[in-house]
Design a protein around this ligand. Structure first.
Ligand code: PRP
Length: 215
């Protein structure tokens, strides 16, 4: 059996056409089903639904053979695990967005950076944020949050946030402005290194079909 770990939402929806290229059709809709293990049109392939942040753990520790995860989540996982526990063969070029720094429209970000003052930064992406500000030589106090980062500058919890931006609508709706573009983000296919050896015959054609579908 080949097990594919997917998070619900945008990554799930955008992965479907890519795995269809390997003749894998998910047979149940995660939005209506309460099942966490979904059968596919191939009896030798199943999909497990996990939280986006849990995809790297499932795949690295063999709970799944492969998975799809955003580069944002992958960076945080790799910083904690050492980054050697996952094989990353394909940039799927889906769920594209960017990791950015945003502040309240009335906050003088450039001034604070220029003066060398400390910046209080709220984020779910502490490793990426630490690395970015360290490279810029900006001193930061990082505040770890798990969601609704946009609230932090509005309530005085932080001066800035590091968060994903796609359309920019969430920032705009909360009177925040983007002041730094840290990196472009897309989703990656990740594979358990042991599975790649043990299940090579079954996995290689799936990886190749996905590669071809991306190209
Ligand atoms: C992301 C991100 C922003 C929003 C940006 O959240 O954290 O809140 O999308 O998108 P926009 O620029 O198109 O408005 P997501 O919906 O992925 O949920 P999350 O907060 O659980 O990460």
């Amino acid at each position: 059996m080949i097990t594919l770990a997917l998070p619900k939402g945008r990554i799930f929806e955008e992965t479907l056409p890519l795995i269809r290229a390997a003749s894998i059709e998910v047979l149940e809709d995660p939005n209506t089903s309460r099942k966490l293990i979904l059968p596919t049109s191939r009896p030798d392939v199943q999909v497990v639904l996990v939280r986006a942040t849990d995809v790297p753990t499932y795949v690295a520790q063999g709970g799944a053979d492969l998975g799809v995860v955003g580069l944002d989540t992958l960076i945080e996982h790799s910083a904690e695990s050492g980054g050697m526990d996952l094989y990353q063969p394909v940039d799927l070029k889906i769920a594209k967005c960017r990791l950015s720094v945003a502040v309240r429209a009335d906050f003088d970000y450039a001034g604070v950076v220029k003066q060398g003052s400390r910046l209080r930064v709220a984020t779910k992406y502490t490793h990426a944020a630490r690395e970015f500000f360290a490279a810029k030589g900006v001193h930061v106090d990082l505040i770890k949050l798990y969601g609704s980062m946009e609230l932090a500058p509005l309530t005085g919890l932080a001066d800035a946030i590091v968060d994903l931006v796609s359309t920019g609508n969430t920032l705009k709706a909360n009177q925040l402005v983007e002041v730094e573009h840290i990196m472009d983000i897309s989703s990656r296919l990740v594979v358990n290194p042991a599975s790649l050896k043990i299940k090579r015959v079954a996995l290689q054609p799936i990886l190749q079909a996905i590669r071809d579908a991306v190209a």
